[in-house]
Design a protein around this ligand. Structure first.
Ligand SMILES: [Zn+2]
Length: 207
């Protein structure tokens, strides 16, 4: 397992990268890394693009801050639930990236097989039903999709992805956001020519 110092630096670095691509405007989003028997997560009210080491807090899986005066992100319970459900996840990135959030806010999932690469990496990106941010209902509505998928749209809210490495979680976020942009563009061009079931199966067999 990486040291706290190294994990903190990774969170800061990828937070900045998310910001550079406008995936995490303003105070939106949060990032965490599995650490010891809990996680390191960005503090409440922090901005992913401008994180300092003091903006990361060690939190146990009951959601309690283990560092005096630091309050973990309000979405901590969603992160905890995903770490419990997916033991191989070591990092989780949650953002309000504009194209993904547009689909989430229009009540549209990204399950249709429009681009081969996305079928390969995601299978599909389902849409979790709306619930109040930071609520137990949001955790329930969203976490269940992670039994089958690694990335989920959250209705009227944003996107969340988990992975074994932060590099992979970030790459999947980049892919998903550009995919959402492509799907939106296809609609301007008269609609995507969706791959058929056999073509989709063929791609999945390459995994
Ligand atoms: Zn959010």
């Amino acid at each position: 397992m990486f040291s706290r110092y190294k994990l903190t630096n990774k969170i800061i670095k990828y937070g900045r990268m998310c910001d550079e691509k406008n995936f995490t405007p303003g105070y939106s989003g949060n990032i965490s890394a599995r650490y010891r028997d809990g996680m390191l997560i960005t503090v409440s009210g922090s901005s992913n693009g401008y994180l300092k080491p003091a903006d990361i807090v060690f939190t146990n899986f009951s959601g309690e801050s283990l560092e005096k005066g630091k309050k973990p992100s309000s979405e901590k319970f969603l992160h905890i639930e995903l770490y419990k459900r997916r033991p191989e996840f070591n990092y989780i990135i949650h953002v309000h990236a504009p194209y993904l959030s547009s689909f989430a806010s229009a009540g549209r999932d990204l399950m249709a097989p429009v681009m081969a690469e996305n079928v390969f990496y995601f299978g599909g990106i389902p849409l979790a039903e709306y619930a109040l941010p930071s609520s137990g209902q949001l955790v329930e509505n969203t976490a269940k999709f992670f039994d089958k998928y690694d990335a989920v749209l959250m209705a009227n809210h944003g996107f969340i992805v988990g992975s074994k490495t932060i590099e992979d979680a970030y790459m999947k976020l980049e892919l998903a956001e550009s995919y959402a942009q492509v799907v939106l563009n296809t609609e301007i061009l008269g609609g995507a020519k969706v791959l058929d079931e056999n073509q989709a199966k063929e791609i999945l067999s390459l995994r």
